[in-house]
Design a protein around this ligand. Structure first.
Ligand code: PEP
Ligand code: MG
Length: 573
């Protein structure tokens, strides 16, 4: 029995024999002295066929998995029609008189290397699009058939180096019980596609292709993120049971999709989702999200070489508001800096970027950037229930200045005759300890708080959230963090304001009972955590949660809190 750890990309348990996906070798040789016209015609024909195939895949995906997933193939079509790629390939064929496959491979690999070296994980993953499309065109040029995954007709777990979006779209769920790959991270396309395929997946194992052979018996645990080869009878039995339990749980969660969120004794809270792009809204609604509690607008600014225009931003905000059909949407203004860089801003390197020129600090300085975003938001405000939130607020002055700029832009728009929503709630992220401590003063001026525990923990514990070596200090359950959270909630409620939380802690099943007990009003988390959280909350009683919270506040260490809450959560199962 061998354990092969990886990243759980889609929950669930599968037990079946391995089917190893061998990538057809696409060996390209350079041929010189060829007639350019002939090669250009071959290239055009291969591109045409590839477009035809991608169109079919796009339609199939649209039908089976929905518009959001089909967008991946839209991106492939853009690559297939991109003059910046095709132009240089044709140029190479003409000037060097080489074969089309050689010219394509040379030019595409330059692009792929360029994408792979980009800082942003999102852009690095785009190298996969380029690789997928290039393989498809090369296969046509070389007359090689790419593995037909749709033809698998017995129950298997698919094992592959990586799965391209084209591969995942072809998988037949009746037979493919799960998949696992060597490469891929949390933002890889195979990981993004996996949950909607509704089969478990473990990606990024680094070695599953080397450790597994065709026909080996595998357990794939998409919850724990592990693949087990040649399991013994006892392990098999354990995972069969786990699989059944998970399926039963899923069925129970699904029933809660349209239910309000409340404790067993009727205390209501709101379960919202964190999103990064308008395309994420489908997942929010699919998982019964009651609101968007954090729309990270940074992604609009990343992966490009200049600022998004007011119009582009307006369209994105409007799309989210419209798709949410009147449910609240908290949009956070630009939170760039720290681990998120914008190369085109050409900011000097800093010794401590997390303590540096970032988020609202940058926006108040670069008012051109900030005002454009505020105008776009104000213009979109008439399309739904918009709430605006400023990140990294450390002082009351920063909030007042941000609000003043917003009011100025509002007045300008109104003078231009552009319609703006009557009232827009204005809030701040509480992610800097100074703001948590002074929450009573902030509460007099803001409409709401959203506690950003990802940063609040790093600043309170003085432990860089990206630094593995100090990750032991990253302690959501530390009583110091719980006391700060309590201070913020109490201060807000005293002034009649609501408090949300949009850091990872909000979706943590061990933290949820304490947060309910502390009186948190809104929990914003990844969409896939919503239904499990609703189910957990429905089993709590407010009085018990309050008692648990007050006991947790009196603990000395994070470990003590965890033990306390694990016992309480365990007894609810
Ligand atoms: C946070 O700090 O908790 C938060 C939600 O913001 P981000 O993770 O984008 O810094
Ligand atoms: Mg933050």
């Amino acid at each position: 029995m061998v354990n092969i750890p990886g990243i759980g990309a889609a929950a669930g348990i599968a037990i079946a024999r391995a089917f190893i996906m061998q990538q057809a070798a696409l060996t390209v040789e350079k041929k010189n002295g060829l007639e350019a016209e002939g090669e250009l015609a071959r290239l055009a024909q291969a591109l045409d066929r590839a477009r035809g195939e991608v169109n079919t895949l796009k339609e199939k995906t649209l039908e089976r998995l929905g518009a959001e997933k089909a967008e991946i193939f839209e991106a492939h079509l853009l690559v297939l029609n991109d003059p910046e790629l095709i132009g240089p390939v044709e140029e190479k064929i003409r000037t060097e008189q080489v074969n089309a496959e050689y010219a394509l491979q040379e030019v595409a690999s330059e692009f792929i290397t360029m994408f792979e070296n980009m800082k942003s994980p999102y852009l690095r993953e785009r190298a996969a699009d380029m690789r997928d499309v290039t393989r498809r065109v090369l296969a046509h040029l070389l007359g090689v058939r790419i593995t037909d995954l749709a033809a698998i007709d017995e129950e298997v777990i698919l094992v592959a180096e990586d799965l391209t979006p084209s591969d995942t779209a072809q998988l037949n769920r009746t037979y493919v019980k799960g998949f696992t790959t060597n490469i891929g991270g949390r933002t890889s396309h195979s990981a993004i596609m996996a949950p909607s395929l509704e089969i478990p997946a473990v990606v990024g194992t680094k070695s599953v292709m080397e450790q597994v052979q065709d026909g080996d018996l595998l357990i794939l645990d998409g919850i724990g993120g592990v693949v087990i080869r040649d399991p013994d009878e006892e392990t098999l039995e354990l995972y069969r049971r786990k699989g059944q339990e998970y399926e039963a749980q899923r069925a129970e969660w699904a029933k809660l999709k349209h239910e309000p969120t409340a404790t067993a004794d009727g205390h209501h809270v709101e379960l919202a989702a964190n999103i990064g792009t308008p395309a994420d809204v489908a997942g929010v609604l699919d998982n019964g999200g009651e609101a968007v509690g954090l729309y990270r607008t940074e992604f609009l600014y990343m992966g490009r070489d200049k600022m998004p225009s007011e119009k582009e931003q307006f369209q994105a905000y409007k799309a989210v508001l419209e798709k949410m059909e009147g449910k609240p949407v908290v949009v956070r203004t630009l939170d760039i800096g720290g681990d998120k860089e914008l190369p085109y801003l050409e900011l000097p390197k800093e010794m401590n970027p997390f303590l540096g020129y970032r988020a609202v600090r940058l926006c108040l300085d670069r008012q051109d950037i900030f005002r454009t975003q505020l105008r776009a938001l104000l213009r979109a405000s008439v399309y739904g229930e918009l709430r605006i939130m400023f990140p990294m607020i450390a002082t009351l002055d920063e909030f007042r200045q941000s609000k003043a700029l917003l009011l100025e832009e509002r007045a300008k728009l109104q003078a231009e005759g552009i319609e703006v929503a009557e009232s827009i709630q204005l809030g701040i992220m509480v992610e800097i300890p100074s703001t948590a401590v002074l929450a009573d003063q902030f509460a007099k001026e803001v409409d709401f708080f959203s506690i950003g525990t990802n940063d609040l923990i790093q600043y309170t514990m003085a432990a860089d959230r990206m630094n593995e070596r100090v990750s032991y200090l990253y302690q959501p359950y530390n009583p110091s963090i719980l006391r700060l959270v309590k201070m913020v909630i109490d201060a807000a409620h005293k002034e009649g304001r609501w408090v949300g939380m949009c850091g990872e802690m909000a979706g943590d099943r061990n933290a949820i009972p304490i947060l309910v007990g502390l009186g948190l009003d809104e929990f914003s988390m990844s969409a896939s955590s919503i239904l499990p959280a609703r189910s957990l909350i429905a089993k709590l009683r407010l009085e018990d949660a309050r008692k648990l919270a007050s006991e947790a506040l009196e603990c000395g260490t994070a470990q003590e809190v965890l033990e306390l809450v694990s016992a309480a959560v365990g007894s609810l199962q």
